[in-house]
Design a protein around this ligand. Structure first.
Ligand SMILES: C[S@@+](CC[C@H](N)C(=O)[O-])C[C@H]1O[C@@H](n2cnc3c(N)ncnc32)[C@H](O)[C@@H]1O
Length: 288
């Protein structure tokens, strides 16, 4: 089943992830996880804002409206086929392990976490604080934090996602008053472990937001280590995810087990879905 449509009415249900048929083969071979690249919000990107607006659609999360570009329209701007999103799209896959990690569309738990943050005023005192949207995809969590004057860094595995989706979304949603203001934001592509290494001298974050990033159990340790290396000692993490990812293997109970065994963090479930696919939000912080 092709499940990679940019949704019409809101984030789609995507609990049964569609894998590319080459996935099992790739797993048997050694996977190469991409190196880190920093993508800069240069002036040429600002000049495309009207085009990005034409390619976007408005979504409402309670009373918060956010514009999101259609990745399908955005990839039409690309002349070559050498584009991870386009290839995944052509192969009808949500994910191609270590090649394309699914960031071009809005995943369901992003909506959960946005609504949770709105209802619980999570970003109320966040002005001037450092926030990381880890595995950002469309970047809506980070954009929401930036609305509240946080300094946000966006990380996604795929450079294409940052260039074609995240950065356009940032530019069409945030009213930049000055060039300097937008230059405080940072965008990094590449694998989590390489991101940790490449940014080891950068300040740690007050808040890390992450949605739908635990579907692959092989990456759990890497993700937890990223949390440990990037969070301030007093910082908070909100991790939104499905309880179980059918067909892929990851799930929140496994990730919680790792947190317990690892012994650096404590976590609690702060929200659970009551309808539809089982989804939860974990609040994670360092043990004091
Ligand atoms: C399913 S998408 C979720 C995107 C977005 N957070 C959302 O909820 O709409 C998973 C995201 O996790 C990130 N990701 C997964 N594995 C990764 C890895 N090994 N290194 C870096 N990022 C990874 C990718 O950036 C990808 O966008």
């Amino acid at each position: 089943m092709f499940k990679f449509n940019f949704n019409i009415d809101g984030p789609e249900s995507d609990s049964n992830l569609e894998y590319d048929s080459t996935q099992e083969l790739q797993k048997k071979n050694r996977l190469y996880w991409y190196d880190v690249d920093e993508i800069f919000l240069d002036k040429s990107k600002h000049s495309n804002i009207s085009l990005y607006k034409q390619n976007s659609k408005c979504f409402s999360f309670l009373d918060q409206q956010l514009f999101v570009v259609s990745y399908e329209k955005q990839i039409k701007l690309q002349q070559t086929i050498k584009n991870s999103i386009k290839n995944a799209d052509l192969n009808h896959s949500d994910l191609v392990t270590a090649v394309y990690e699914g960031g071009a569309k809005i995943w369901e738990c992003t909506e959960d976490l946005l609504i949770y943050m709105l209802q619980n005023k999570i970003t109320e005192n966040i002005s001037g604080k450092l926030v990381l949207d880890l595995g950002c995809g469309t970047g809506l969590l980070g954009i929401f934090a930036a609305f509240n004057n946080a300094i946000v860094h966006f990380q996604d595995y795929n450079k294409d996602v940052l260039e074609l989706v995240t950065i356009p979304n940032v530019l069409i949603n945030l009213p930049f008053n000055s060039w300097l203001e937008s230059s405080q934001m940072k965008f990094f592509s590449g694998d989590w472990s390489k991101y940790v290494e490449a940014t080891k001298n950068s300040p740690r974050f007050d808040l890390i937001l992450s949605s739908e990033t635990i579907y692959n159990p092989d990456n759990h340790a890497k993700l937890l280590n990223t949390f440990a290396e990037k969070l301030k000692s007093t910082g908070l993490i909100y991790l939104a995810a499905k309880t179980h990812y059918f067909g892929v293997g990851g799930g929140l109970r496994q990730f919680e087990d790792l947190i317990v065994r690892d012994n650096r963090f404590k976590s609690k479930i702060v929200w659970k879905s009551t309808i539809g696919v089982c989804r939860e939000i974990l609040e994670i912080k360092f043990k004091s």
